[in-house]
Design a protein around this ligand. Structure first.
Ligand SMILES: C[S@@+](CC[C@H](N)C(=O)[O-])C[C@H]1O[C@@H](n2cnc3c(N)ncnc32)[C@H](O)[C@@H]1O
Length: 412
C-alpha cells in the first residue's frame, strides 16, 4: 500500500488557501471545543461550531456551501478521531461511525521502540505466523484527498476538537518534512496511509489517514507485513506476509516495490527524506542488478495490465509463471497475488486445467497472507472443504509440497 495521497486531487485548493488570511474579529466564543479548554490547539477565528452533538465545526464560516470543508470530531465530546471533508460527506460519515461497535481490545504482538537513525520502529514481541493479524486500529486523522493548504490555523483547527491524548498522540508522530511545511502538515505527509470512505462518496481516490501505532512502521523494500483498510470496521489492519521471528522489525513498503532500486530510493528521499539502506538496497552489485531486472519485468507486466486488464495482450502462461517466480524470489507478496490471478486467467483461457488449479490454490493462499483468515475467498475455500480457516492455513503453509489434486472440486 503506497503512502502519501496529498497531491492527487484538485478540490478545495483555492478555498483552503484562503483560510490563511485570518481575521480575529469574526471569532465567536461558542466556537471553542467542548471540554477541551486545556487542549493544545485552538480553533481558528474563521471556524464555527456547526453542531455540538455530533461535534462538527466549519473550517471557514465565510464559505458555506456543500463543498466547504468541515471537521467532525468523533465521538463527541472527547474525540479520538477527526474526519475532514465536505458537510454532506461528514454527515454520512457520522451516521456510519455511530453505528460501528468499538474495536475489540487486542494485546498487540509487538513493541514500539527507538531504533536509532530511523526514529522509532515496531518490533515483534513474539513469533508471528504468516497471515496473522498483527493490529487493527482506527485512525486519529482522516481527510478528504486533495486538501492542500499552507494555513497552519486550518490544521490547528482540524486538531482542536480532539481529546488532549489524541492531540498528543498525533503530535508524537514523526515529522520528517522541512520546517517550512509546518508541524501538522509535515506529520500528515510523513505518516499518511490510505483509507477508503465508508459510503458512496463522489471522491474515488483514497483518503490520507494517520494511525497512532500503524504509522510507526518503518519502510523496507521487501516488507514482512501488509497494510490494508477495512471499510466495514473503518480501521487499518496489518497482516504478516511471512513468518516473523521474535525481535524482528515489522516493516511496510512505502513506495512502488516493483520499481528498480534507484527509483525506489529517489521516491523515498523525495517524499520521506531518508536514504534506504534495507537489505535489498544494500545487496552486492551483481545481485542488486538481478533484483532490479526481476522487479522491472514485473512492473512492465503490470503496466500492460493497466485499465483492469487481467490478461495483458499477447501474454503467455510461461511469461506469467516466470514473473510469479520473480515475485517469490523478491519476496513481493502483493505483486505475487496479482500475478497469480493473471496466470489463472491465462491458464483458463488456454484450457490448462492443472495449471489453473495450482494458480487458484496459490492465489487463495497468497490472499490469506495479505488479508488473514477473514479474507472472503479464503473462508469460502475452507468452507468448501469442511475445514476451519486455521486448518486450511496449516495445509497451505505446511513444509510438505501442496497436494493440489485435493482441491480439484474448486474448478467444478
Ligand atoms: C511513517 S514514519 C515511520 C515511523 C518513524 N520511524 C517514527 O519514528 O515515528 C516515516 C519516517 O520514518 C523514517 N523511516 C522510515 N523507514 C525508514 C528507513 N528504512 N530508514 C530510515 N528512516 C526511515 C523516515 O524519517 C520516514 O520519513
Amino acid at each position: 500500500m503506497k503512502r502519501g495521497f496529498l497531491n492527487t486531487g484538485k478540490t478545495n485548493r483555492i478555498r483552503l488557501n484562503d483560510l490563511s488570511q485570518g481575521h480575529p474579529t469574526t471569532h465567536r466564543s461558542g466556537a471553542s471545543p467542548p471540554e477541551h479548554s486545556d487542549a493544545n490547539f485552538k480553533l481558528s477565528s474563521f471556524s464555527r461550531t456547526y453542531s455540538r452533538s455530533p461535534y462538527i465545526v466549519s473550517a471557514d464560516h465565510r464559505v458555506l456551501d456543500t463543498t466547504s470543508i468541515h471537521f467532525l470530531f468523533h465521538p463527541a465530546p472527547s474525540a479520538d478521531l477527526v474526519f475532514v471533508d465536505t458537510l454532506p460527506n461528514i454527515l454520512l460519515f457520522e451516521a456510519f461511525m455511530s453505528r460501528l461497535p468499538p474495536l475489540p481490545a487486542e494485546s498487540p504482538p509487538f513493541i514500539i521502540r527507538d531504533c536509532g537513525h530511523k526514529g522509532v520502529g515496531v518490533f515483534a514481541r513474539h513469533a508471528i505466523g504468516r497471515g496473522d493479524l498483527i493490529i487493527r486500529e482506527r485512525p486519529v486523522y482522516v481527510s478528504r484527498p486533495g486538501i492542500v493548504t499552507s494555513s497552519g490555523t486550518f490544521y490547528e483547527s482540524a486538531l482542536a476538537g480532539l481529546s488532549v491524548s489524541a492531540q498528543s498522540s498525533f503530535m508524537s508522530m514523526r515529522n520528517a518534512q522541512p520546517p517550512v511545511v509546518g508541524p501538522i502538515l509535515g506529520r500528515i505527509q510523513t505518516n499518511a496511509l490510505a483509507a477508503k470512505p465508508p459510503f458512496g462518496s463522489e471522491v474515488k481516490s483514497h483518503y490520507p489517514a494517520l494511525f497512532p501505532r500503524l504509522c510507526r512502521l518503518n519502510h523496507d523494500c521487501t516488507p514482512n507485513t501488509h497494510y490494508s483498510f477495512s471499510t466495514e470496521t473503518f480501521s487499518g489492519q496489518l497482516f504478516a506476509v511471512r513468518p516473523i521471528q521474535v525481535g524482528e522489525e515489522l516493516t511496510l513498503g512505502y513506495v512502488d516495490l516493483a520499481a528498480p532500486r534507484e527509483i525506489r530510493k529517489k521516491g523515498l528521499r523525495a517524499k520521506y527524506m531518508f536514504e534506504c539502506t534495507c537489505s535489498t538496497c544494500e545487496l552486492p552489485v551483481e545481485q542488486a542488478l538481478v533484483s532490479d531486472i526481476r522487479r522491472r519485468e514485473i512492473a512492465r507486466y503490470f503496466l500492460k495490465m493497466a485499465d483492469g486488464k487481467k490478461i495483458p495482450d499477447g501474454a503467455t502462461l510461461g511469461e506469467a509463471k516466470q514473473l510469479i517466480q520473480y515475485a517469490r524470489d523478491e519476496g513481493l507478496t502483493e505483486a505475487l497475488s496479482i500475478l497469480l490471478v493473471s496466470a489463472l486467467r491465462i491458464a483458463r483461457r488456454d484450457g490448462n486445467y492443472e495449471e489453473e488449479l495450482k494458480c487458484v490454490v496459490d492465489s487463495v493462499s497468497c490472499v490469506r497472507a495479505l488479508e488473514g483468515n477473514e479474507a472472503m475467498t479464503f473462508q469460502a475455500m475452507a468452507r468448501r472443504f469442511g475445514l476451519t480457516p486455521g486448518e486450511l492455513g496449516q495445509v497451505l503453509d505446511s513444509e510438505e509440497p501442496i497436494d493440489y489434486g485435493r482441491f480439484r472440486p474448486l474448478l467444478r
